[in-house]
Design a protein around this ligand. Structure first.
Ligand code: KIV
Ligand code: ZN
Length: 394
């Protein structure tokens, strides 16, 4: 059945199997930390984990306990804080890795093994049959210890479709609680992701299916949403989209699209998205690009006269949501594209008089400086106004 999302007389979307609720599985501390050059300290990981718990994520993938002694300590410290969300540790499909995750006291283990022939041949040097056996044994072993198990067939999006189906069916039969579909090198498009998710769903036999999209072609968020529209009930995401190469699907973008465009409940306190983004940017050392959706400095900034005029009359003329809904604020920027309304607004906000001759004189100077490439920040603006007022007195 095709479900149409309609608002008034507008059709917003055609969706076949949109779930009512989507679990947000955050992997900022695992896949996000795999960003070249990032290595969080234990205290930084704890700080981020606490913020993610406050934000309301369902799962925190705290790290890969078998990868180093320090990482084991970090994951165990997070797990022992009992923050509320499920704490997950990553493990290859080996008893050794699973034991390490169990020793780290995690609630859930994210077991993975490669599914594509290129990974099997050049990375694992295993046949499909050997990998399938290792996956089933690993899931059975982890399940025998009573933890929740999520299974990822790595590089699923480049795997043979029949083999992928066989793997998902076998690990589900072996007891996996959730199945994740990793687009490991970000090669999907939304249409392909929908097709693949629908293909995997029956093999998962009613277990939660998740999407894990990388951003190599800038499609990670769109592909995640497409997978969800096809029936996936969980998304793996990272704050600010940090991660290997071009990164992962950005938590704030996936959540905002689900909550505000599709009206799907994620359990996230969206008004905390901006402060979460700032924290991760500060601790990772990766600046937030100004034009980044939702959390960028320009996401709710307006300079052109026409836009500012519209915004002042009704913010929805040029904003899809109120900035406060994601913890952001509106910024009216002054420059060569400014008009009377923007200048009048700035004068009002800063407590200056707004007589038409003052507005026009200030606007003239703002445009002159703007044409010279000068950024009219608050200090510069105040200087311009003071000079205009002084001249007016003379
Ligand atoms: O991108 C990927 O394939 C992963 C796996 C570990 C699930 O991060
Ligand atoms: Zn990944």
């Amino acid at each position: 059945m095709v479900l149409l999302i309609v608002e008034g007389s507008r059709v917003l979307a055609e969706i076949e199997s949109l779930p009512k609720r989507v679990r947000i599985f955050d992997t900022t501390l695992r896949d996000g930390e795999q960003t070249p050059g990032i290595s969080f300290t234990k205290e930084q990981k704890l700080q981020i984990a606490r913020q993610l718990a406050k934000l309301g994520v369902a799962s925190i993938e705290a790290g890969f306990p078998a990868s180093s002694a320090g990482e084991f300590e970090n994951v165990r410290a997070i797990a022992r804080e009992r923050l509320g969300p499920e704490i997950v540790g990553l493990a290859r499909s080996t008893k050794k890795d699973i034991d390490k995750a169990l020793d780290a006291d995690v609630d859930a283990i994210h077991v993975f093994i490669a599914a594509s022939d290129i990974h099997l041949k050049y990375k694992l040097r295993m046949t499909r049959e050997e990998a399938l056996r290792a996956a089933v044994e690993a899931v059975e072993y982890a399940k025998s210890h009573g933890v929740t198990v999520e299974f990822s067939p790595e590089d699923a999006t480049r795997a043979d479709l029949d083999y992928l189906y066989q793997v998902v069916k076998a690990v589900t039969d072996a007891g996996a609680d959730r199945i994740d579909i990793p687009d490991t090198v970000g090669v999907m498009t939304p249409t392909r992701m929908k097709y693949l998710t629908k293909h995997v769903l029956p093999a998962a036999q009613g277990r939660i299916v998740s999407v894990h999209c990388h951003n190599d072609f800038g499609l990670a968020v769109a592909n995640s949403i497409a997978g969800i529209e096809a029936g996936a009930q969980q998304a793996h995401v990272t704050v600010n989209g940090i991660g290997e190469r071009a990164g992962n699907a950005a938590l704030e973008e996936v959540v905002a699209a689900l909550e505000f465009l599709l009206h799907v409940n994620t359990g996230i306190k969206t008004e905390l998205l901006y402060e979460t983004s700032l924290l991760v940017s500060k601790l990772s050392g990766i600046p937030i690009p100004p034009n980044k959706p939702i959390v960028g400095a320009n996401a709710f900034a307006h300079e052109s006269g026409i836009h500012v005029h519209g915004i002042i009359n009704n913010p929805f003329t040029y904003e899809p949501i109120r900035p406060e809904m994601v913890g952001q604020r509106r910024r009216i920027v002054l420059g060569k594209h400014s008009g009377r309304h923007g200048v009048e607004h700035a004068l009002k906000v800063l407590g200056y008089p707004t007589e038409p001759d003052i507005v026009l004189a200030v606007l003239k100077e703002v445009k002159r400086l703007g044409d010279m490439g000068v950024r009219v920040d608050e200090d510069t603006f105040r200087k311009i106004v003071e000079e205009v007022l002084e001249k007016r007195e003379e």
